[in-house]
Design a protein around this ligand. Sequence first.
Ligand code: FDA
Length: 390
Amino acid sequence: MAFDVIIIGAGAAGMMCALTAGQRGRRVLLLDHLDRAGAKILVSGGGRCNFTNVNGGIADRYLSANPHFAKSALGRFAPGDFVAMVDAYGIAWHEKTLGQLFCDGSAKQIVAMLADECAKGGVETRLLTRIVGIAHADGMYRVETSAGEVCAPSLVIATGGPSIPKMGATGFAYDVARQFGLKVVEPRPALVPLTLGADDRLFEQLSGVSLDVIASSGKTSFREAALFTHRGLSGPAILQISSYWRNGGEIALDLLPDAGATMLVDAKAARPKAEFRTVLRDLFADRLADALADRLALSGTMAGLKDQALADAGGRLKGWRFTPSGSEGFAKAEVTIGGVSTDGLDQKGLMAKKVPGLHFIGEAVDVTGWLGGYNFQWAWASGRAAGEVA
Ligand code: FDA
């Protein structure tokens, strides 16, 4: 059978692209090397899929070498458009903090909805199909697969980034981009836990402790929870800031975001007989308070400590600086930052400007969202944009 569009990658972006093109009457073939479609959707949001964010249309919540690139697709397929699909299927959902929308039930409902919409568009899906090579001649893309050759005048690469290889993730899109002369912005792990060096190892004993912080890197900061792990730090605040952090860079944590810088001096005036450690234990979980007291090298009663020492300690708690030794890498990264450069793609249909009929969508492209449903919103919006023209 002849196809109009071949889409490689049956994830969030690929399925959205397939159902859109299929429902336009295009003959669509959707290929994936895994045994199921939407593998990352199924595990997302702890199994409940944080499928979008009410703020998902705000372009500055997406990182890219060209911060304007994503605006076009995001402007044409908004979070509300995806919610309308979800509502039409009667899938119950709720809003959590910071505008994050989750299924009440299961992420399986989202995959089933996309599969049903693909079926309505007559999309043919072939799983467990390995891609051996791609050739382009006479306006046709010939895709050699483990099950024979298929061809079409439009080819959409929706294979995501290399985050979590054990879930089938590959850098395939980058190889295809380079094959056709497109640039690739250096891919890095993002939304990833950070590891701590020997200097900060005292925090190892704090594994499992979490607290509300403001995490900052350069001019960017996020106020959310941070979680100590046995190797370093995780939790939403750290995952968010990891996308802005570069190897060798410093991160600052405000461990007391609601307190003023003089809180320990004020505490001395209010409770002169209290032990320094006790005052910290009122502010933090006991294990963290003890580790911080050791690290600040202050002990005894508040009255016995100089105001300047307490002011300095307060300053450190408001801006605890550390240089991560690294990150947990692609093995643990929720997404990949960087990818196929937007320079070579047109904003409307994410088609390669110099290679007619070749599109790149979703995480494969150098557009990476914040934590909280933004990455799926980009997958839906870019998949829709390509599906409308492919
Ligand atoms: P995606 O990775 O979904 O799909 C790519 C597809 O291509 C896969 O099916 C893969 O098997 C296939 N493929 C790869 N290489 C191939 C090859 N060589 N040949 C054939 N097929 C190939 N985001 C969010 O907004 N809300 C959330 O709740 C979460 N939660 C979350 C949890 C976890 C554990 C992870 C790892 C990630 C998230 N994310 C998320 C991020 C989100 O999952 C991600 O950004 C999107 O799935 C990207 O969609 P794509 O379709 O671009 O790639």
